[in-house]
Design a protein around this ligand. Structure first.
Ligand SMILES: *Cc1c(COP(=O)(O)O)cnc(C)c1O
Length: 369
């Protein structure tokens, strides 16, 4: 080729590193000839999909030849009545990642500034860089977001601040007073994107509900997903809730049919499946306790997490540990791409999966000593 097609890409895209997904179980089975691989690498719901969502999907298969409802009328109505906002405030996405990208595309010009924390969800940097905007990354405080630092970095050029509560991959969280005091200090013309992908798992009384803040802070955008506690990661549905003007702007850059037929009906269905949600949360809390105790016994430090994953410190390069666990048929997630080369993130699985994972980890740790 006489032409450098990489150099032809926009400046922002030239410097992008594609998102690194967790290793698929099938791939490891193929590569190492293993069976019964356990994947605890992508924060997926270990229960599998809700029965209700499954039967709804089955009943709608014959609609595959039709375009989806572009406006997502029924799902927006269901969300609005479940959580108490108006359907006009909702922007549906092909996963909440889609919505994060819509926000960046609609609101960022090259040279604008975007603030997010060290160790924050990696999609914030991807969507920021792709637009040619400048990332302003603030140092973490005890692995979490340092809101004072974030406020201190606000300039005339700041357009968006991304906050994950709780954050992935650290599992750290911000309390109600911390969040409110922060929102009070952010100028109205700067959008605050509060990513609540794991909110359903958090039980602490002091944990804020971003949706309750929308009326007081018109610059707030709350994003949520059906990928985690609702168990529909493969169908891709997420959404943003914002003021109606922001929703109007986002709808201008959205692909007309960005959420597919089956995703729309499955999401609506699982939203009413309270029993499934309760079981998801329950199995997560007991799994979390299992890992915390297990790590303590192994003498491993971990970052206390309120998500559906826990990140553990190997006190050495984590890649050999990751590899050794792969050879035992257990896939966890290295987080070196987050600047955490000594940590591994483990998604909470079913009890038997957690046991296999901890046993594999224990074996590796014993061999290192
Ligand atoms: C998993 C995750 C999401 C959700 O991604 P989807 O595109 O909705 O599957 C969003 N934010 C964070 C921090 C996540 O960890």
């Amino acid at each position: 080729m006489g032409c450098d097609y990489i150099a032809l890409a926009t400046n922002g895209v030239q410097n992008l590193h594609p998102y690194l997904p967790g290793k698929p179980a099938e791939e490891l089975e193929r590569e190492l000839g293993l069976k019964n691989v356990v994947k605890l690498a992508s924060n997926e719901n270990p229960l599998g999909p809700s029965e209700k969502a499954l039967s709804t999907v089955n009943n709608h298969l014959s609609g595959l030849s039709l375009y989806p409802d572009s406006g997502g009328y029924r799902l927006k109505q269901a969300l609005a009545s479940e959580y108490g906002f108006s359907p006009e405030q909702v922007t549906l996405g092909n996963g909440s990642n889609d919505v994060l990208e819509l926000i960046a595309r609609a609101y960022l010009n090259p040279g604008d500034e975007v603030i997010y924390s060290e160790y924050a969800f990696v999609v914030y940097s991807l969507v920021t860089q792709a637009t040619g905007a400048k990332a302003v990354v603030t140092p973490a405080k005890e692995w979490g977001h340092d809101l004072q630092q974030m406020l201190a970095e606000i300039s005339d050029k700041t357009r968006i601040i991304f906050i994950a509560n709780p954050n992935n991959p650290t599992g750290t969280w911000l309390s109600e007073p911390e969040l409110t005091s922060f929102l009070d200090q952010v100028p109205e013309n700067i959008l605050v994107v509060l990513d609540e992908a794991y909110t359903e798992y958090v039980m602490d009384e002091a944990f804020p509900n971003g949706l309750d803040k929308l009326a007081d802070y018109p610059n707030l955008i709350v994003t949520r997903t059906f990928s985690k506690a609702f168990g529909l990661a493969g169908l891709r549905v997420g959404y943003a809730v914002s003021n109606e003007d922001v929703a109007n702007v986002l709808s201008r850059v959205r692909q007309p049919f960005n959420v597919n037929n089956l995703a729309l009906v499955a999401a609506e269905s699982v939203l009413s499946d309270k029993d499934y949600l309760a079981r998801s949360v329950e199995i997560n809390s007991s799994g979390m306790r299992f890992y915390e105790e297990g790590f303590k016994k192994l003498g491993l430090e971990f970052i206390p997490s309120v998500g559906n994953f826990i990140t553990v410190d190997m006190k050495q390069d984590a890649m050999p540990v990751y590899d050794a666990m792969l050879h035992q048929g257990v896939i966890v997630r290295p987080v070196a791409n987050y600047g955490m080369p000594q940590h591994l993130r483990i998604s909470i699985g079913l009890p038997e999966e957690n046991e296999r994972c901890l046993r594999a980890l224990a074996r590796v740790v014993e061999n290192f000593e």
